[in-house]
Design a protein around this ligand. Structure first.
Ligand SMILES: Cc1cc2nc3c(=O)[nH]c(=O)nc-3n(C[C@H](O)[C@H](O)[C@H](O)COP(=O)(O)O)c2cc1C
Length: 289
């Protein structure tokens, strides 16, 4: 059993890294083989949006460390994603690699039977922004169920070690990953409270046309007022979707490939409409020009 810890922060032995290491230590104590990958060590270039990986099922032509990263993901049974909050969300190192996820769309079978966990660290409560749904989206897209998550706060590198409860929680996360991998049912059992999406386990709910739904997974919730408090209930069908995230990702990829067929048919008309913008004489600013 292999557990991979991903560290989004540049800081060596910073808060993210020490908590990821703590989780890896407890997983190792339970017999797992553990590895840590610092995302700042990778050279990851931006996705060019060419869609060749989806429309032509072609290998990505960008030469960087993305394939190495994915080989590590395929190899791992459990993945711990660690990130500090940077300006109201996950660090850019994570988003850069996430933007490349489409290139493994022909290989989603290699993502089956894995589990994930999230370790997030902010400076102080109040500026979390999109950190938790942002990190959950990493696993949602890969169709990997998250078995536990944590969000704690500390400023200086490694200062989180003074918070014993945070260290304990990270240790528990390592153990839970191993337990989830040993027990088929434990993989999807993490559904925390009634106000949390059963698929991504976030309370990132948005009001859409009078209906409350998860902003990440589009799972709908029925709101009820009980004792003056808002209670959210996810119906049985919606709860079932929480166990079918692999199917959801396969559907999404299929829908994406269909957009290519539609685009080819409309291309001439789109090109005609682009003409006006191509001919608009705007000065294109280049760095230091
Ligand atoms: C560029 C930068 C932006 C930050 N933005 C936020 C923020 O928006 N919200 C927050 O709670 N903390 C923010 N922080 C604080 C870090 O999340 C915090 O110091 C964290 O412990 C760093 O973890 P690390 O030691 O693993 O890098 C920011 C820190 C930096 C360096």
């Amino acid at each position: 059993m292999k557990i991979l810890g991903l560290v989004g922060s540049y800081r060596k032995l910073g808060n993210t890294e020490v908590l990821v290491r703590e989780a890896l230590m407890s997983a190792a104590e339970m017999g797992a083989e553990v590895e840590m990958l610092r995302l700042t060590d990778l050279n990851i270039k931006p996705c060019k949006g060419c869609m060749a990986c989806i429309f032509k099922k072609a290998d990505c032509k960008i030469e960087d460390d993305a394939n190495f990263f994915f080989s590590k993901i395929f190899e791992a049974d459990g993945i711990i994603l660690g990130s500090p909050i940077y300006i109201f969300g996950p660090v850019g190192t994570i988003k850069m690699i996430q933007d490349r996820f489409l290139q493994i769309s022909t290989k989603i079978d290699k993502l089956k039977n894995k589990v994930g966990a999230i370790i997030a660290i902010g400076g102080a409560p109040g500026a979390e922004g999109t950190i938790m749904p942002g990190l959950a989206s990493f696993f949602s897209f890969l169709g990997i169920p998250v078995v536990d998550q944590m969000l704690v706060y500390s400023h200086g590198p490694g200062e989180i070690l003074l918070h014993e409860d945070a260290v304990e929680k990270a240790n528990k996360i390592g153990r839970e990953l191993v337990e989830a991998l040993q027990d088929e049912q434990a993989k999807t059992k993490y559904i925390e409270g009634s106000g949390v999406c059963p698929m991504c386990h976030q309370n990132f709910l948005v009001l859409k046309e009078g209906v409350l739904e998860c902003g990440l997974c589009h799972i709908k919730a029925t709101p009820k007022i009980e004792g003056g408090k808002l209670i959210l209930e996810f119906g049985k069908t919606e709860l079932k979707k929480g166990e079918e995230i692999q199917e959801a990702i396969a559907d999404h990829i299929k829908n994406l490939s269909e957009t290519g067929v539609k685009y080819i048919k409309l291309k001439d008309e789109i090109d005609k409409r682009k003409e006006k913008y191509r001919n608009f004489p705007v000065k294109e600013v280049k760095p230091y020009s």
